[in-house]
Design a protein around this ligand. Structure first.
Ligand code: KG4
Ligand code: ZN
Length: 337
């Protein structure tokens, strides 16, 4: 079975082809980051228009890379939500239009389920049940994954998503958008002892997160020390250390609470080097296994959508062709029925 995946929830147009026997055959991506960079964030209308321009050329690129034609496609999966509504509409309309023309099924996929399942595309894949930490620009979710579509929410951010906190703090320090990686690179040159930021919501029980206070902490620190030597790198270091520590404390807590020792970490922030190092150390200490998608599939991509679509179709979940995209769509609403 060959499934085309189309991802357009935010500022990346991703198209990929998944084969149920051979895995991902081809994968293409166009990032709009440089287009949005002058505005310091994603401009929704520019994003929608650019998706419309990019999807079909990327589709042709993927088909030629895989030496296939449109007639070889058995189904199309697309990101139905959550995300920017105009961006989602571009992917939905294209996917449903092509599927209608080819008379093949479509599968509307939850973007965060795509991230959640993406480590299964790797050789070192998790086995159910496992824990998942989904950390992106729009979400911070801690999930107990008992089986496909049997997801129990353990915790989430009560305010900013962790990627959002990275991006806002990076902007404050004058770094380019999206700021997660530049901030993390700058932090490597910082002194870990100069500033200490809090580890939010770790002092009381529970698995929820809050990251907006860290961003404010960075702002106040910058206002007080911004023009001193090496202040930007030292603030970056204090911020990254606080975020990584907080995530590790919650992961350890989730493992103790559930008894599970397999952890999937995905979404854009899972590309973070300091976090990956911290998780490997924690894994060694607790006899746990942390699994990540390869770097190119940590951030948004078509491969994870194609694979999630394959599972949805394999489990026989048919779909009404008139389904509307959903800008807001809690993961807990996904059920195996
Ligand atoms: O999953 P993703 O591509 O898009 C959403 O679904 O939101 O995640 C994007 C987020 C951005 O906030 C970006 O700054 C962050 O992931 N990010 C990182 C790193 N690479 C991307 N944050 C920290 N360290 C990184 N290396
Ligand atoms: Zn994402």
């Amino acid at each position: 079975m060959r499934i085309l995946g189309i991802e357009t929830s935010c500022d990346e147009t991703g198209v990929a082809l998944y084969d149920s026997e051979q895995g991902i055959l081809a994968d293409a991506l166009h990032s709009q980051a440089t287009m949005h960079a002058p505005y310091g964030g994603v401009v929704p209308e520019l994003a929608s228009r650019d998706h419309i321009r990019r999807i079909l050329p990327l589709l042709d690129q993927v088909l030629s890379q895989a030496r296939c034609s449109r007639g070889d496609l058995d189904a199309i999966a697309y990101t139905r939500g959550p995300g920017l509504i105009g961006a989602l509409l571009a992917g939905t309309a294209t996917a449903c239009g092509i599927a209608h023309a080819l008379n093949i099924p479509v599968a509307g996929i939850h973007h965060m389920e795509g991230h959640l399942l993406s480590p299964m595309l790797e050789a070192d894949k998790p086995t159910y049940p496992f824990l998942a930490l989904l950390i992106s620009g729009g979400h911070t979710l801690l999930v107990e994954v008992r089986a496909w579509r049997d997801y129990r929410m353990l915790g989430e951010s009560l305010d900013d998503a962790v990627g959002e906190a990275f991006d806002k703090t990076a902007k404050l320090l004058g770094l380019p958008y999206p700021g997660g990686k530049p901030l993390s690179d700058l932090s490597v040159h910082g002194n870990p002892k100069r500033f200490h930021f809090p580890r939010p919501m770790t002092g009381k029980p529970g698995l929820d997160f809050s990251f907006s206070g860290l961003k404010t902490h960075a702002l106040l620190c910058y206002q007080a020390h911004g023009n001193e030597e090496n202040a930007r790198a030292d603030i970056a270091r204090a911020f990254v250390d606080a975020v990584v520590d907080t995530l590790l404390i919650k992961c350890e807590r989730a493992m103790r609470k559930t008894g599970l020792r397999e952890f999937v970490v995905s979404g854009g922030v899972s590309a973070n080097t300091q976090l990956r190092t911290g998780m490997r150390d924690l894994g060694e200490r607790l006899g746990a296994r942390f699994m990540f998608p390869r770097l190119q599939w940590c951030t948004d991509n078509g491969a994870m959508i194609a694979y999630a679509g394959y599972l949805q179709l394999r489990y026989g979940r048919s779909q009404d062709a008139n389904l509307q995209p959903r800008a807001k769509w809690p993961l807990k609403e996904l059920k195996n029925d």
